[in-house]
Ligand binder design. Structure first.
Ligand code: 13P
Length: 212
């Protein structure tokens, strides 16, 4: 696990990178990572492009605010991933355009809402569940994530956007980018006949690139 000061720097650096490339607009999105004695998370209503490392919120694993500005209202989602998925060391929530567009479609398969279009989405993200719409910051959303028992690295929140976990901040951000790119391809290809990867291709990828 990286030190708290490194983690503060990495959250600010990666958040700015996501903001600068349009993955987050306004004050949408939040990022967290585990540190030795708790969770560091972006403050509520902050822009990911303009974070101050010293003002990031620190919260205990059981949700008590320890220091910094008031934590993201989505702290419940982040904690649900940490509590249910042993491999989760960082969590990224975005309202990135194509994932959010996808999350508004009426005919998505809630059990597998990102079909295996390309190898990298299988390797970096895996199967993605679509959760029913809940209000931003609704603690009840955490229950929906806990019910998945840590089997999925990422979920799409209905009419809202993705939540992606990774072993580190870098891997969670990379997976969130890969997921957004795949959502973009799925939207581009929506009216065209698509050839997905076959079951054997997916099994082969999972064998050669097992997810943490
Ligand atoms: P916060 O500003 O509380 O982090 O919420 C932003 C967001 O993305 C809500 O879903």
């Amino acid at each position: 696990m990286i030190s708290e000061s490194e983690a503060r720097g990495e959250i600010v650096r990666l958040s700015k990178s996501l903001f600068d490339r349009g993955y987050s607009v306004g004050t949408a999105g939040n990022i967290s990572c585990l540190v030795e004695d708790g969770i560091l998370i972006t403050p509520t209503n902050s822009s990911l492009g303009f974070l101050d490392p010293d003002r990031l919120s620190k919260v205990s694993r059981d949700g008590r605010h320890l220091s910094g500005d008031k934590p993201s209202k989505e702290i419940f989602l982040h904690r649900a991933f940490y509590d249910s998925r042993a491999a989760a060391g960082a969590v990224v929530h975005l309202h990135s355009t194509y994932c959010t567009a996808l999350s508004c479609l009426a005919d998505l398969d809630p059990n597998d809402c990102i079909p295996p279009l390309t190898p990298y989405v299988v390797m970096r993200v895996g199967t993605v569940r679509l959760l029913p719409y809940t209000r931003p910051g609704d603690p009840g959303t955490a229950k929906l994530i806990l019910q998945l028992e840590g089997k999925f690295a990422a979920v799409l929140l209905g009419n809202h956007g993705p939540v992606v976990s990774g072993t580190s901040l870098q891997s969670a951000v990379a997976a969130a980018e890969e997921l957004e790119e795949t959502a973009k391809l799925l939207m581009m290809l929506r009216s065209l006949p698509v050839r997905l990867l076959g079951d054997q291709d997916v099994a082969d990828l999972r064998k050669h690139f097992p997810q943490a």
